[in-house]
Design a protein around this ligand. Structure first.
Ligand code: FEO
Length: 402
């Protein structure tokens, strides 16, 4: 499949440069994303030159240069603002600077400089900026806002007051290649938001406290935001507040209705039957069960499970003991949940052949991360009638506590 390149002047002198990366299978080499992703750069063309905001992944550098060439001479770029050094945005930088004859200054946070130098073994001229600094580039005012940990510690945003435009890099972005560039159509927004949730869970979930902190910081600046322009996904101009509020709700772990996430890992499905009973009980008590099973014919993607964990009301984890520990896929998943997902109540179910371990280890891991363990039910082999009674009781307590 070929990537799709999209260039559009979204306001006079202000261009979106978007590539739909339809070749990617695993974002960051980890997260399965069949829905793919976009990289959005922006180009400001004004008096005295042009400013490029971010870029694309390295494999698309030549495409980016070609798109820019259709708008301005590469040599007219006076500054490249690198909001965030991660290579999905900075990977094209060295080729762009080469095409520019290294005339442009790289505008970035001081922490970005050693990263850019080390990633690409280049030594461009830097203009290192600090929080609140106001620049005048290409005939326009640009205010720098330092927004650490969205998604790395060097991340900045640019605010263009004359356009009421906030360029946010990773923050307020999402996976997928939306069929529009703006949020104008409610249908487009509705189909896009699950990809935002998945992106936040996978990529920024670990830094979720910084989402809230930085949103509060942006709000305290009383910026008038007419255009919110992220580096992934839709641009927001009809309702920028919608994506700000959605990010905040995800960071705070606000549940989507009565959604209860159930994850089962069972080599021979003895335990899976117990997990299925828990799922039935969730539905019987008015919850909405989302059930992921790891077994001999199913290995669901971690990226999707984390996404559903993000806004679930509570979680049920059923795992067998394996080599005196936790069944490996679930051990990894529990580790990811403990780091990336807001704390919520958990019911743990375990089974074993000759010695118990999984339920205790999962409970300890999640409890130490601040999750509330409602009960830990563990049995040998398949669930007895007494075990099933305890599972039903555990589900009831879980729903009551969440
Ligand atoms: Fe889209 Fe953290 O890079």
């Amino acid at each position: 499949m070929a990537s799709r390149v999209l260039s559009q002047e979204i306001e006079p002198g202000f261009h979106l440069l978007r590539v739909d990366d339809v070749d990617v299978e695993y974002f960051e080499g980890i997260w399965s994303i069949p829905e793919k992703v976009t990289y959005n750069a922006y180009l400001l063309v004004g008096d005295g030159g042009a400013v490029l905001f971010d870029g694309w992944k390295g494999i698309y550098a030549d495409d980016l240069i070609e798109v820019i060439r259709g708008i301005v001479d590469l040599k007219d770029i006076t500054h490249v603002i690198v909001h965030h050094a991660e290579p999905d945005h900075s990977g094209s930088l060295s080729k762009v600077l080469e095409a520019n004859g290294f005339r442009a200054e790289v505008v970035a946070h001081p922490m970005a400089k050693p990263m850019i130098e080390a990633f690409y073994r280049i030594a461009p001229r830097f203009r290192l900026v600090k929080d609140g600094e106001e620049l005048a580039l290409a005939g326009e005012k640009i205010k720098i806002i330092y927004t650490p940990w969205l998604h790395w510690p060097e991340t900045i945003m640019s605010y263009l007051p004359d356009r009421r435009a906030l360029i946010t890099c990773d923050a307020f972005g999402g996976y997928s290649t939306p069929r529009a560039i703006f949020d104008d159509d409610e249908g487009v927004v509705k189909e896009y938001l699950p990809s935002v949730r998945k992106y936040v869970a996978n990529i920024i979930g670990f830094y979720r406290q910084h989402i809230t902190r930085n949103i509060e910081k942006i709000q305290s600046l009383n910026l008038s935001i007419g255009i919110l322009a992220p580096a992934h996904g839709l641009i927001w101009r009809r309702n920028p507040q919608l994506i700000i509020d959605y990010y905040r709700s995800l960071a705070e772990g606000r549940p989507d209705g009565n959604k209860i996430l159930i994850i089962s890992g069972s080599m021979y499905r003895l335990l899976e039957k117990a997990a299925a009973i828990a799922a039935d009980e969730v539905e019987r008590l008015g919850g909405r069960a989302i059930f992921y099973r790891f077994n001999d014919s199913s290995q669901p993607p971690f990226s999707e499970i984390l996404s559903d964990a993000m806004d679930s009301r509570a979680i049920i984890i059923a795992a067998t003991t394996y080599e005196a520990g936790v069944y490996p896929p679930l051990e990894h998943l529990v580790d990811l949940i403990s780091r990336k997902i807001p704390q919520k109540p958990v019911l743990v179910i375990g089974s074993y052949g000759w010695g118990p371990a999984a339920a205790r280890k999962i409970s300890e891991k999640l409890a130490s991360a601040g999750f509330k363990i409602i009960d830990k039910i563990e049995f040998q082999g398949s669930a007895s009638e007494e075990d099933i009674r305890r599972i039903r009781e555990g589900v009831k307590m879980l729903l009551e506590s969440s």
